[in-house]
Design a protein around this ligand. Structure first.
Ligand SMILES: CC(C)(COP(=O)(O)OP(=O)(O)OC[C@H]1O[C@@H](n2cnc3c(N)ncnc32)[C@H](O)[C@@H]1OP(=O)(O)O)[C@@H](O)C(=O)NCCC(=O)NCCS
Length: 273
C-alpha cells in the first residue's frame, strides 16, 4: 500500500468533515486526479479474469467533490457551474475529439480513442483505439477496454456510490451496439457483441440459446454474440415477460464479428460515423 493510498484512506474516514479549507487533503486528492487523468492509476481492472477494484482511488474521487467548490466557466455564450474542469491536451494524448464531445478531467483516454459528440465522466478509463460514438455516455469509473466500439446512444453506467460497488467493465475488442444500457457492475467479455437495445445489469440473466442454461447474471462471457430477449415469468398477478440477454452465437477466440470487421474497415478509411 503506497503512502498516498494510506493518506486517502485516512481522509476518507473523515469525509463528513471535509471542506475546501482542508488544504492537505486537497493536495493528496488533486494528485490522485492528475494520476487518473494520465492513466497512472485506475479505479478498477481485470486481473486473472477477475475485476479488481482499487477502492482508494474511488474514495479520492468522492473526496474531491467535498474538497472543491463550485466555479463558473464561460465558453462563448454558454455558462457552466461545476467542481471539475474538462480534460485538455488532446493532441499530446493522440485522442480525436469531435465538437460536442466532453470528457471530464480525471477520466483517462488512451491514444487512438475517438470521441464523437459523447460524454466521459471522471474516473472512467477508455482503452486504446476505442470509439465512443455519438450520444454514448461513459459513466464515472466505468472501465472500457481497447478497440471497443460503443455505438450511438450507448449508456454505460457510472458508479461512485455506494462504497464497494463494482464499476461496469467492457473488455477489449467488444462491440456494444446502439442504445444498449450497461449499468451497475455489469460486464461484457473480450471480443463479445451486445446487440442493439440490450439492457444488462447484475440481475439480468444471460442465457445461452444453444442450451437454455443461465450462464450468469449481468456478465456476457468472452467471444459471444448476445442480443436483447425476454423470458416468461409468473407473478401472482399473471404471466409477464422480463428482459434477458440471449447468447445466439459463440465466436472463436480472436474472431471478430462481421459487423466489427465492417466497422474496422470504415474506420481505417476515415468514414466512421
Ligand atoms: C447483434 C447483432 C450484431 C447480431 O447480428 P448477427 O450476428 O448478424 O445476427 P442476425 O442479424 O443474423 O440476427 C440473428 C437473430 O437475432 C435477431 N436480432 C438481431 N439483432 C437483434 C437485436 N438487436 N435485438 C433482438 N434481436 C435481434 C434477428 O432478428 C435474428 O433472428 P432470427 O434468427 O429469428 O432471424 C445485430 O443484429 C445488431 O444488434 N446490430 C446493431 C448494429 C448497430 O447498432 N449498429 C450501429 C453502430 S455501428
Amino acid at each position: 500500500m503506497s503512502d498516498l493510498e494510506t493518506r486517502i484512506g485516512r481522509w476518507f474516514d473523515e469525509i463528513g468533515a471535509m471542506t475546501p479549507a482542508n488544504l492537505e487533503a486537497r493536495r493528496d486528492v488533486e494528485l490522485v486526479l492528475t494520476k487518473l487523468d494520465d492513466g497512472q492509476v485506475r479505479v478498477a481492472e481485470v486481473r486473472d479474469g477477475e475485476v479488481v477494484v482499487h477502492e482508494w482511488v474511488r474514495q479520492a474521487i468522492l473526496l474531491l467533490f467535498r474538497l472543491r467548490g463550485l466555479e463558473r466557466v464561460e465558453v462563448g455564450p454558454f455558462e457552466y457551474l461545476d467542481k471539475l474542469e474538462l480534460k485538455h491536451d488532446y493532441e499530446r494524448r493522440g485522442v480525436r475529439v469531435v465538437p460536442g464531445a466532453s470528457a471530464r478531467r480525471g477520466s483517462y483516454l488512451a491514444p487512438g480513442v475517438v470521441l464523437m459528440p459523447s460524454y466521459v465522466n471522471v474516473g472512467a478509463w477508455v482503452g486504446e483505439n476505442t470509439m465512443v460514438d455519438t450520444w454514448a455516455t461513459v459513466g464515472s469509473c466505468a472501465q472500457i477496454g481497447a478497440n471497443v466500439h460503443l455505438a450511438g446512444g450507448v449508456g454505460v453506467g457510472g458508479v461512485l456510490e455506494p462504497a464497494n460497488a463494482v464499476p461496469v467493465v467492457i473488455e477489449d475488442d467488444a462491440m456494444i451496439f446502439s442504445r444498449c444500457m450497461v449499468v451497475e457492475g455489469a460486464r461484457v467479455g473480450r471480443g463479445s457483441v451486445l446487440g442493439a437495445g440490450s439492457l444488462l445489469n447484475p440481475s439480468i440473466p444471460v442465457i445461452d440459446a444453444a442450451t437454455g442454461e443461465e450462464v450468469s447474471r449481468g456478465h456476457v462471457p468472452d467471444y459471444c454474440v448476445a442480443i436483447a430477449a425476454s423470458r416468461r415469468r409468473e407473478f401472482p398477478g399473471g404471466e409477464f415477460f422480463l428482459p434477458c440477454v440471449l447468447i445466439i452465437r459463440r465466436l472463436e477466440e480472436g474472431e471478430r464479428h462481421d459487423k466489427a470487421r465492417l466497422n474496422a474497415i470504415l474506420r481505417d478509411h476515415g468514414v466512421a460515423t
